[in-house]
Design a protein around this ligand. Structure first.
Ligand SMILES: Cc1cc2nc3c(=O)[nH]c(=O)nc-3n(C[C@H](O)[C@H](O)[C@H](O)COP(=O)(O)OP(=O)(O)OC[C@H]3O[C@@H](n4cnc5c(N)ncnc54)[C@H](O)[C@@H]3O)c2cc1C
Length: 479
């Protein structure tokens, strides 16, 4: 926020009170934001600035500052969020209009406000991505009588800290170092390594938590990636360049998906509650079953690989894309649970929760867009494909630590003597499968195909495509 460029500047971070207690927000999110904010505060102060912190309603704080400092202009970032954040932005905008304050919002990614047609999206996004990144100031002058606020702890908001294993270091410098290590070495194996939850931990960029709070932008990442690709293409046979081309091109597609999916929320604010294709959702008519939900959410379904993925996510705040798809599609197809509820559990578990990507993906993996192919992951197949020796399972599902590879994917096949021998008594130490996966998954898929073929659903799907569909087919992410 500034009087105007060159005039005194006040930096302000507002934590919206409405977020505390929202069903999609967890203490891990607030903790991460505050930790990143501490790093930002140090950077601002290092160049002479101050950072104010306010908890509550942003307009109240603006009024207070305006009374003392007469605000000339406000600079913020364009945020694409759910209804509450849209309402907040509108209230800031009308206050500014009333007070004659200039309100400038900078885009941070390829999401286009007031997009007239999806046909134009890619072109506009690519143009924006090519623009140079704004150079940060080297000096900030605050009004003379203002000092930075102390950044509170999450307990000040009545929240209980939940520590995540291997949570990244917060802040812009850590984000840049993470990108660097990805483009220097880790990303070489991106294409081959992204599918398994074991290799993906280092083969994926791990930038998502930084992107979600603005420590690094998609444009910055893309521009660095393009530079790397140019270097690789200049001398593709050089030892240090081998294996990079495919991985960098897959990575660039993912960066485009980021904006493609958030664009959906920009156009339709209710993706957390209303299906893009409400007709198909009402035909599917999924229902809550507490026993199934609890088993799914806690990683106690009795399918070892699924449970390992869910437990790993809860403990670390991250899991790779394919496994996220599996967690959601098992909830929706195999267990027939409502996507709105299971989506909330995942939102609270992902450190990188980004509403536009999240709810678009939750809907896609639940088959309620009508424009994506039905993709119901088989846990049994993923288990054998992604964790053939069962190492990931044994690490996260301690009850199965001593179970040999011959039973690790299907421990329910052990007889009582084997259960005793391997220290895992079924129903006592570890549950039997909550449902027969093969039968339930098949039933879910067939109900979905039948719903998808209804004339009313098809009509709506055409509208969904017009509004949200990718004009270029994107393999893997659906469209
Ligand atoms: C059900 C479900 C929910 C998801 N929820 C989120 C979420 O809340 N926040 C989030 O950032 N991602 C979400 N994703 C997408 C994806 O799984 C994560 O972006 C990725 O795993 C983050 O790890 P990374 O940064 O190492 O990704 P990388 O593979 O290194 O990709 C780099 C960046 O590209 C973008 N990206 C990658 N894959 C996708 C994708 N499929 N769709 C859109 N953008 C993508 C992200 O910004 C990511 O940080 C979800 C996927 C599913 C199936």
């Amino acid at each position: 926020m500034a009087k105007s460029l060159g005039k005194p500047i006040i930096c302000l971070f507002n934590l919206d009170a409405v977020r505390i207690g929202r069903p999609d927000v967890d203490s891990i999110h607030i903790q991460w934001e505050l930790d990143c904010l501490r790093a930002l505060k140090a950077d601002i102060e290092a160049i002479g600035g101050v950072l104010l912190f306010h908890f509550g309603d942003i307009v109240d704080k603006l009024k207070e500052i305006h009374r003392k400092n007469s605000i000339d202009s406000i600079y913020g970032n364009q945020e694409t969020g759910l209804q509450w954040s849209w309402d907040r932005d509108k209230s800031v905008s009308s206050w500014c209009q009333k007070e004659g304050v200039r309100f400038v919002e900078f885009p941070t990614n390829g999401v286009i406000r007031k997009l007239e047609s999806r046909d134009m999206w890619k072109q506009e996004r690519d143009l924006r991505m090519e623009k140079s990144v704004i150079i940060p100031p080297t000096e900030i002058t605050p009004p003379f009588d203002i000092e930075s606020d102390k950044i509170p702890n999450i307990s000040d908001f009545g929240l209980v800290e939940r520590s995540l294993i291997n949570r990244p270091e917060p802040g812009e410098r850590a984000a840049t170092a993470t990108l660097q290590s990805f483009l220097d070495e880790r990303g070489r194996n991106y294409r081959r390594g992204m599918s398994s939850p074991i290799s993906a931990q280092s083969a994926c960029s791990r930038l998502s938590p930084f992107i979600s709070v603005g420590c690094i932008s998609i444009r910055q990442i893309l521009q660095h990636t393009k530079k790397k690709l140019e270097a690789v293409k200049r001398d593709p046979r050089a030892r240090e360049n081998l294996g990079w081309t495919g991985s960098l091109s897959s990575f660039q597609s993912r960066l485009a998906w980021h904006c493609h999916f958030i664009q959906r929320l920009e156009v339709e604010l209710t993706l957390d509650s209303i299906a893009m294709n409400p007709e198909i959702d009402s035909h599917l008519n999924r229902s809550m079953d507490d026993l199934r939900y609890q088993a799914w959410a806690k990683g106690r379904t009795g399918w070892p690989f699924f449970d390992a993925c869910m437990r790993s996510l809860i403990a670390t705040g991250w899991i790779n894309f394919r496994m996220r798809g599996m967690l959601q599609s098992v909830a929706s197809y195999t267990l027939w649970l409502p996507w709105q509820l299971t989506g909330l559990h995942l939102a609270k578990s992902f450190l990188d929760y980004e509403p536009g990507i999240h709810w678009s993906q939750v809907q896609m993996q639940s088959g309620v867009t009508g424009i994506n192919s039905i993709r119901a992951y088989s846990v049994s197949k993923q288990s054998r494909d992604q964790d053939p020796d069962g190492d990931f399972i044994r690490y996260w599902v301690e009850e199965l630590r001593d179970v040999p590879t011959s039973f690790i994917h299907e421990p329910w096949l052990m007889d009582l003597n084997q259960q005793k021998e391997y220290g895992c008594i079924l129903d006592v130490d570890y549950p039997r499968p909550i449902v027969d996966e093969k039968v339930s998954r098949k039933e879910g898929v067939s109900r979905s195909y039948s719903a998808k073929s209804q004339p009313g659903v098809k009509r709506r799907s055409r509208l969904v495509y017009k509004l949200h569909g990718s004009r270029k087919r994107q393999r893997g992410a659906g469209n």
